[in-house]
Design a protein around this ligand. Structure first.
Ligand SMILES: Nc1ncnc2c1ncn2[C@@H]1O[C@H](COP(=O)(O)O)[C@@H](O)[C@H]1OP(=O)(O)O
Ligand SMILES: [Mg+2]
Ligand SMILES: [Mg+2]
Ligand SMILES: [Mg+2]
Length: 350
């Protein structure tokens, strides 16, 4: 019998690897007019657009019937003033798609030398990510650059892809081009790839292609935690986390990092807990920001819920619904963290 999701895993790894090579190469050459500001005031770069074009091209060739819930749309690129952005995206995407085939990759996925997509085909590929999501059926969800602010700062960012079937995450692949391969050697080699398949565990590889290392979250006592949290205080509440850490007698400072790299670090034993409490401005979390990371954590033996202890629901559409925060931690400390959050909420209202 074949291993479940083996072909989806190969395709997703190939797509994320190629997109990471692209974003990594783009960073050093990014110029000012290659970044736009979206309606929600968040930044988007030629890197985000071309990575989405590359991954969607590969997914649509390998699995033509699968819908995609992707972050970006091409509407801002179709205006007459965006012609140089369009050319740059076409150049970058074709470069990434046209790289030589690596072991296990297939020309049928639209990749390999002399595979060329037109500008129009690539814009259409971006827009294949416009699916609305929902409770039933099979779909992919993609964040071509998660943590765009981190990417622009030269900090952490992640290329994130997940397969969801009937609202359950079955496969997650996250590429982190700037993440140190060995957490005990922060100045050493960078470029990690994380893969999780439901029921098959979580693994870390390198983007350059090393063999997989299985991941598991080690046991930890609450006072030894060091909370993983966003760099951006507008994305999650730093002050609430600091109250929770006082209640748990946490000694170590938080580890601040952009993107789903936080889930990857948690899965490989760093920090012990990731807290993402809302800042109270009505922001709804998106499924592409949590689907692959959540599977990576649970397959590494951890637990992920909202701040009330409810499971995240990936079947509500493009959003996760009303925002009660996201709490991911090792199994043994997750209850303690939830109890401290409950206490901190009570104190907040006193
Ligand atoms: N107001 C907001 N609150 C929470 N998350 C946000 C908000 N605005 C954007 N984001 C998204 O938060 C995620 C980054 O989280 P973090 O700060 O933990 O790295 C990204 O997905 C970012 O989108 P994007 O994918 O465009 O970067
Ligand atoms: Mg964005
Ligand atoms: Mg994101
Ligand atoms: Mg993004």
């Amino acid at each position: 019998m074949s291993i479940p999701f083996a072909s989806e895993k190969h395709v997703a790894i190939a797509a994320v690897r190629r997109a990471c090579a692209l974003t990594d190469s783009v960073f050093n050459k990014l110029v000012k007019n290659e970044t736009l500001t979206k309606d929600d005031k968040s930044p988007v770069t030629v890197g985000d657009y071309s990575a989405q074009a590359v991954i969607n091209t590969i997914l649509s060739r390998a699995f033509p019937h699968d819908p995609i819930v992707g972050e970006e749309t091409s509407s801002d690129l179709r205006t007459s003033s965006a012609s140089s952005l369009r050319s740059r995206i076409t150049e970058l995407a074709n470069q990434a798609l046209g790289e030589d085939l690596a072991l296990g990759e297939m020309r049928e996925w639209g990749i390999g030398p002399r595979q060329v997509q037109t500008e129009e085909e690539l814009l259409d590929a971006i827009d294949r990510g416009s699916y609305g999501g929902g409770r039933s059926g099979r779909m992919w969800t993609l964040d071509p650059i998660d943590g765009t602010k981190g990417f622009l700062r030269g900090g952490q960012y992640a290329v994130c892809l997940a397969l969801i079937i009937d609202a359950q995450v079955e496969l997650g692949v996250i590429g982190c081009p700037n993440l140190p391969v060995d957490p005990s050697n922060p100045n050493g080699a960078r470029g990690c790839l994380f893969v999780a398949v439901r029921g098959q565990g979580s693994q870390q590889l390198t983007l350059s292609g090393s063999s997989p290392i299985p991941l598991s979250i080690p046991a930890i006592t609450p006072s030894n935690l060091s909370f993983l949290e966003s760099v951006e205080s507008a994305h999650s509440s730093h002050s609430f986390n600091s109250r929770v850490s006082k209640l748990l007698l946490v000694q170590k400072p938080p580890i601040r990092m952009d993107s789903q790299a936080k889930y990857c670090c948690l899965a490989r034993g760093e920090g012990g807990a990731y807290l993402r409490m809302p800042t109270g401005v009505g922001y709804r979390e998106k499924i592409w920001d949590h689907a692959p990371g959540s599977l990576l954590v649970t397959e590494a033996g951890g637990t992920i819920t909202d701040s009330r202890g409810e499971l995240l629901d990936f079947g509500l559409g493009r959003d996760l619904g009303e925002n009660f925060g996201v709490i991911a931690a090792g199994k043994d400390v997750h209850d303690d963290v939830l109890a401290a959050i409950k206490q901190a909420k009570l104190e907040e209202h006193e």
